[in-house]
Design a binder for this molecule. Sequence first.
Ligand code: NAD
Length: 495
Amino acid sequence: MHKIHHLVDGQPMVGASGRTSPVYNPATGEQTGELDLADVGEVDAIVASARKAFEEWKNLSVAKRTRLMFRFRELVDSNANEIAQRLTAEHGKVTSDSMGEVARAIENIEYACGLAEHLKGGYNENASTGVDVYTVQRPLGVVAGITPFNFPAMVPLWMIPNAVACGNTFVLKPSEKDPSAPMFIAELFQEAGFPPGVLNVVHGDKVAVDRLLEHPDVKAVSFVGSTPIAKYVHQTASANGKRVQALAGAKNHMVVLPDADLDMAADAAVSAAYGSAGERCMAISVAVAVGGIGDELVDAVRVRMDKLSIGSGTDPASEMGPLVTREHRDKVARYIGIGADEGATVVVDGRDTRFEGDGFFIGTTLIDNVTTDMTVYRDEIFGPVLCVVRADTYQEAVDLISANPWGNGTAIFTRDGGAARQFQEDADAGMVGINVPVPVPVGYHSFGGWKDSLFGDTTIYGPEGFRFYTRPKVITSRWPDPAESTVNLGFPQNN
Ligand code: NAD
């Protein structure tokens, strides 16, 4: 059994709390690892290491920090296959999804490589006569990142490169479900030459998270996970005086107008609803069929579902893998039953698909005639379940999105430029796709939803990441007139 320990000062630290958590291969159901869970004293030791490292790291030159970041980028890129293997082994997603995750993660390191440009302050000469005013961006100190199971490589890299580029040191608390990929990335970070303590990893559950949220030396918290925990993290860390960004759950709607390219829309619905087994915060979980397009859309999606190959993520033929845990698979199965009981039409029932072995598999599900009062519409299912809601008009579709408590991403499918432009304005969500079902911004924009999908003031990575991980210092300076100097400096007035 693979033992997974904390990483402190660049070295593994064996857990001393006596508490551990099992790690599984979701494709086989086997336990493959055992993860240390930290107690309060261990969290304190790990934060102390980051606090110590901060004193030197904050003053390392921009040139040296940039070179380290480039080296890290090269190491992550050249080890992409190994990272992807670890993702598939513990998360279950298929290898192509894992490779995609690594590619999106690298974008964020590349953005941080431009730290010299991003950390340029502002300068006003002669703001008042002889007075100059300038702003510099200073780091915060130790910052913590608490990350979810569904993107164990990418989400930590939404945070770490930007945070350390700004001169902070970082404590990562990855998901306990799939910790091996982030551990390997942390090892690559050491190999790149970053000083020990600039990035530490602590494994744990609520005990570790609570300590990070109250620790006086943790100055900021980046959280990504479910809405109830995001709310809790935001409230607790804010009450303890920390800067917080807490990205949360979602229920993303894809609006299909009657003039949409049906093949394009159906392909998009299938890949966005069932890709990574629906375990993506930007997954499409509701298709809103406007006007008369509902029956055709449901048929086109169903035909494609029949062809989808579900199996172990390591099999190159698989397009969808298992869910992350047995409990989660069973929860998704329960939701399908609730949908049927509440009167929706279960067109394809994922519970009917049979799989060999003990893996945490479930088939894909399509539920039609869903209404907004149903549990399958109101709850985030976070599995391979697509609900179809029928709407008579564009306005009805937009109103659904506005009334939904979440506002992460949304998309519209249409051939009409005017309608698309109107939707871009009307959509009550932080990220909008136009004929793009999963509009995750590139690394040089920033990511984040609205409403119950984000608690805090800044979105994550890109320019907002640099803003979150720095605080401005504004200097106002005035110097005596050199012409009035008691030393003759050769100015005309001196002579
Ligand atoms: P989760 O909220 O269960 O866990 C996230 C992190 O919080 C983990 O590190 C976990 O150990 C910790 N945690 C869990 N329970 C806790 C508690 N009671 N107290 C303190 N810490 C706790 O989320 P998950 O199941 O790992 O991830 C899936 C969720 O994340 C979904 O809701 C998904 O929509 C969301 N998500 C959102 C985004 C986004 O950018 N908005 C991105 C990815 C995932």
